[in-house]
Design a protein around this ligand. Structure first.
Ligand code: ADP
Ligand code: MG
Length: 262
């Protein structure tokens, strides 16, 4: 679509002189599984600049989640280097990683992972419990984040009272609550129908246009075309890494999709 290429052209004019958000060099991850060793990552080298929207593709077992867990400071590599925003976190302790993760990284998962007996607003407030914000500040920021994903009128709803798409929006708002430098999403549309998936991409594109760096794992080629760069994993290695030509604009695509009854 023409509008898509315009958007990405406009975006690429912005100077990208700052430190990359992600820089990994010869990243390896082995898992010990009884007697044998699984080589989940076999030497990944790449760099992700601030403001990029990257889609990670690849068949099941190719190492996508392993890579995301390391990027998200949930796990450490067996070998290789990881610089997050210029800081070498490769040798960080679990506690140091947790601090970076809580302050700088937002996560969205396939299963939403919301607390069932807790309202949308409280779910979004959760990550802020570890920061020094007052109750009032936490609520304000949670309201802001919910408004950003179009759920301002649902803050008192419990997850069971929300559709799958709405629950995923709450999860995105929660991921944004701490104003992260990097948003990681591992198959966030895996449980959603196609229109709702595109609605998620509309939110991601909006956040990305506002400058947020996003790394999204998906096995759906239709979804990866909303990102501006596509990296394909195979057997723990990078098979392909290129810019998406004709980036799809979610708000445009939505116009051509039938509306579902809620
Ligand atoms: P993907 O997300 O692309 O499906 P994963 O990163 O989950 O791939 O897995 C990559 C490889 O590592 C697979 O062979 C998987 O079975 C293996 N693996 C992942 N996590 C573990 C673990 N905790 N222990 C042992 N093997 C694992
Ligand atoms: Mg996975």
């Amino acid at each position: 679509m023409a509008t898509g290429s315009q958007t990405s052209a406009a975006r690429s004019e912005a100077p990208r002189t700052s430190t990359p958000v992600v820089e990994v060099h010869e990243l390896r991850k082995n898992y010990q599984l009884g007697e044998s060793e699984v080589h989940a990552l076999r030497g990944i080298t790449l760099s992700i600049a601030q403001g990029e929207f990257v889609a990670i593709m690849g068949v099941s077992g190719s190492g996508k989640s392993t890579f995301m867990n390391i990027l998200g400071c949930l796990d450490r590599p067996t070998a290789g280097r990881y610089l997050f925003a210029g800081i070498d976190v490769s040798a960080f302790t679990r506690k140091e990683l947790a601090r970076i993760r809580n302050q700088k990284i937002g996560f969205v998962f396939q299963g939403f992972n919301l607390l069932g007996r807790t309202t949308a607003l409280e779910n979004v407030e959760l990550p802020m419990l570890y920061c020094r914000a007052s109750k009032k500040e936490r609520e304000e920021r949670a309201r802001e984040a919910l408004a950003l994903v179009g759920l301002a009128d649902r803050e008192d709803h419990f997850p069971s009272q929300l559709s799958g798409g709405q629950q995923q929006r709450v999860a995105i708002a929660r991921a944004l609550a701490n104003k992260p430098l990097l948003l990681l999403a591992d198959e966030p549309t895996g449980n959603l129908d196609s229109r709702t998936s595109v609605e998620m991409m509309e939110i991601f594109q909006k956040l990305n246009e506002d400058g947020l760096t996003i790394v999204l794992v998906t096995h759906e080629p239709d979804i990866s075309r909303f990102a501006d760069r596509e990296i394909v994993f195979r057997d723990g290695r990078i098979k392909r890494d290129e810019r998406v030509r004709n980036v799809q604009v979610a708000s445009e695509v939505l116009k051509s999709l039938p509306k579902l009854e809620d």
